[in-house]
Design a protein around this ligand. Structure first.
Ligand SMILES: *[C@@H]1O[C@H](CO)[C@@H](O)[C@H](O)[C@H]1NC(C)=O
Ligand SMILES: *[C@@H]1O[C@H](CO)[C@@H](O)[C@H](O)[C@H]1NC(C)=O
Ligand SMILES: *[C@@H]1O[C@H](CO)[C@@H](O)[C@H](O)[C@H]1NC(C)=O
Ligand SMILES: *[C@@H]1O[C@H](CO)[C@@H](O)[C@H](O)[C@H]1NC(C)=O
Ligand SMILES: *[C@@H]1O[C@H](CO)[C@@H](O)[C@H](O)[C@H]1NC(C)=O
Ligand SMILES: CC(=O)N[C@H]1CO[C@H](CO)[C@@H](O)[C@@H]1O
Length: 581
């Protein structure tokens, strides 16, 4: 039964004109905008092997980048870019979807918001962030698109602060609050994605906006006392040449001590370090550095390296335009992200939807102070049922063992490998600087000394299809250390030839002889999210098996290396379905 309905809204605009740096926007005295004001609730086809059971996704249609995550009066809010028409295609109006939750696992949809309301978001409402003003007034800063397709920054406030679900948001009449001008030399097509604002002791709010000038990537800094009147600071918070457009910047403090707790976005001083994350439009990678916020100069100083494609990444697979927020109820900083499809547009339209979000991760500074640690929020463990515990055993070279008794298409697996004999380790070649390339050359089927060993997820019975998540150990004799490569190999993930099956890889900074190798993998029909070494490195993959679907999916531990490894601990859980309407 189809529950399709749509409401056509007519917006009357009485704005005569609006002056922007790039010209004057003329607007008819009255303009009729046809708009789909609700989610399209017509049902999807029944055959949905790729819909996830416990990852966030709307009922149908196209979604991408999340916006404005926050906790407000005990309720978590999540917003996201949404196209209410066109099934899984991005072509159409860009409004904000909105869902609320008590645990970040089960979500309830709220009405669509940030529909075209005025000139400065007439052609769409792009990504933004929420700042809670004076401790009780949430404020959305987001990128509006004008009818000339210029990017400007707008403010929206809740219509009714007594509604805990904050269903309705209203744009302030002063919009746009920040816009490209001839003076600031910002191209109106490269000025977007405001961060959550933070306040310094001088009483001024700061916000960062992603931009570029030629190939110079920019984190533009703006200041305001009242959140309405914003002035651009005469220098960016940070910039780096030859990196292209910086999308969805995120700037936040973490405890220097490495305590696994979060801290408010405005925290400064000796107890914190700062993280600047940017999303590189060129490579579609979220990269970050750790450094110091010099509040005297109002500038970010990274400890080492720069914000380029060789920098640290949240995730070495598919994971783009992520955003954090401070969850004051649990004193944790939560990292959320869009996970793009790897299927073709035709396949997306056929299934009627596109885009999911990764499992929310807690994020904090590693005690080395050189990288972040990420771990799925503990609430997700409430979905675990029927644990299967594998007895400690030797996994001989060239062997696989099936992990039976779980719903392998919808599972959470944790395991620890220990290495028996390091004498057969392969030599590391100093020219291997690109782990992704190394993983694609030494995929799951290429036997080595120590490794590949790991999991074959979403595997068909005859292993025609599988997504392999594994380790491979090398010895770097020049530096007398082991090098651990972690890979997610999608090359055999589906008999369907059209999806993108890029193999992903990363080096894990761990001593395998001392710590062993830990892996946690969250499997959910078309996503495989893998955490190495208690959250030091993460790889997320999207896959579309044709045989290994529903109860035809299997899970194996494997070791295709020459040497034996021990599985000293493995627990696999079936995962219940979350309520994500
Ligand atoms: C709603 O979804 C149905 C089924 O996918 C589709 O046929 C219809 O065109 C959609 N309506 C709109 C307004 O996008
Ligand atoms: C702004 O950027 C767009 C797309 O990169 C380009 O086509 C346009 O010429 C630029 N405009 C100015 C004024 O530089
Ligand atoms: C990128 O950053 C790395 C450090 O993270 C640095 O060694 C390298 O020179 C940078 N590359 C470019 C092209 O700037
Ligand atoms: C989304 O995935 C497609 C297919 O793999 C890829 O071509 C595209 O660049 C991705 N976009 C982003 C933003 O990751
Ligand atoms: C694995 O063992 C075979 C047979 O002993 C040997 O030929 C091969 O070189 C070994 N491979 C590695 C990477 O050690
Ligand atoms: C999504 C949307 O509304 N796009 C429109 C933006 O503006 C251009 C030019 O005015 C239109 O052609 C698009 O349809």
């Amino acid at each position: 039964m189809a529950l399709f309905y749509s409401t056509k809204l007519v917006y009357s605009l009485l704005l005569a004109s609006l002056t922007l740096g790039y010209g004057v926007i003329e607007l008819q005295a009255s303009r009729h905008v046809q708009n789909v004001a609700t989610y399209n609730q017509s049902l999807l086809s029944d055959d949905q092997p790729y819909r996830t059971a416990y990852h966030f996704q709307p009922l149908k249609n196209w979604m991408n980048v999340l916006s404005g995550p926050m906790i407000y009066r005990g309720i978590y809010h999540l917003f996201y870019q949404y196209n209410p028409i066109g099934d899984g295609s991005p072509d159409g109006p860009r409004v904000w979807g909105h869902s609320t939750s008590l645990d970040m696992v089960n979500w309830t949809p709220q009405p669509l918001t940030l529909q075209p309301q005025m000139v400065s978001n007439m052609n769409g409402s792009y990504t933004g962030s929420i700042t809670i003003l004076q401790g009780y007034k949430p404020a959305i800063l987001f990128t509006g698109i004008t009818p000339k397709n210029e990017q400007v920054q707008d403010l929206a406030l809740p219509k009714d602060l007594s509604d805990p679900f904050l269903k309705e948001w209203v744009l302030v009449p002063q919009n746009p609050l920040m816009y490209p001008t001839l003076e600031n030399n910002i191209n109106a097509s490269s000025f977007r994605d405001p961060t959550t604002a933070w306040m310094l002791p001088d009483g001024n709010w700061r916000v960062v906006i992603g931009s570029k000038i030629d190939r110079l990537g920019l984190a533009l800094l703006f200041k305001s006392r009242d959140f309405i009147n914003w002035v651009q600071v005469d220098h960016p918070l940070y910039s780096y040449d030859q990196t292209g457009m910086w999308e969805c910047p995120d700037f936040f403090p973490v405890y220097r001590s490495g305590l696994p707790i979060g801290v408010d976005t405005s925290a400064i001083g000796p107890i914190v370090k700062h993280v600047l994350k940017i999303s590189l439009d060129d490579t579609k990678h979220d990269v970050y550095t750790i450094g110091t916020y010099d509040t005297m100069r109002d500038a970010y100083v990274p400890d080492v390296g720069f914000e380029n494609d060789s920098s640290l990444r949240y995730d070495y697979g598919k994971y783009y335009a992520a955003k954090t927020f401070y969850d004051s109820s649990k004193m944790q900083r939560i990292l959320l992200s869009w996970v793009n499809e790897s299927s073709s547009l035709e396949d997306d339209i056929k299934k009627g939807w596109s885009g999911i979000h990764a499992i929310p991760r807690r994020v904090w500074l590693d005690t080395s102070k050189k990288q972040l640690i990420q771990w799925p929020i503990s609430e997700i463990e409430l979905l675990r049922v029927n644990p299967v515990i594998l007895p400690t055993q030797v996994l001989k070279g060239g062997s696989t063992i099936e992990i039976l008794g779980i719903t392998a298409a919808q599972a959470d697996v944790e395991l620890l490998f220990r290495i028996r004999d390091v004498s057969i380790v392969e030599r590391f070649d100093a020219s291997w600087t690109n782990p992704q390339l190394l993983c694609s050359q030494k995929g799951a089927s290429v036997s080595g000394g120590l490794g590949p060993f790991g999991l074959l997820t979403l595997a068909s019975k005859g292993l025609e299809e599988y997504t392999a998540v594994f380790f491979r150990i090398f010895k770097d004799y020049d530096n007398n250390r082991f090098v651990v490569l972690m890979c997610s190999d999608q090359s055999r993930s589906s008999l369907n030839p059209t999806p993108d099956k890029t193999t992903y890889g990363t080096f894990v900074n761990v001593d395998p002889t001392f710590d062993g190798l830990r892996l946690r993998t969250l499997i959910d029909h078309s996503i495989v999210e893998s955490f190495a070494s208690k959250g030091k490195n993460v790889i997320t993959a999207r896959v579309y098996p044709t045989l290994a679907i529903y109860d035809k999916a299997h899970l194996y531990a494997f070791n295709y290396g020459n040497g034996s490894v021990d599985i000293t601990w493995l627990t696999a859980w079936s995962m219940r379905k979350a309520n994500i309407a």
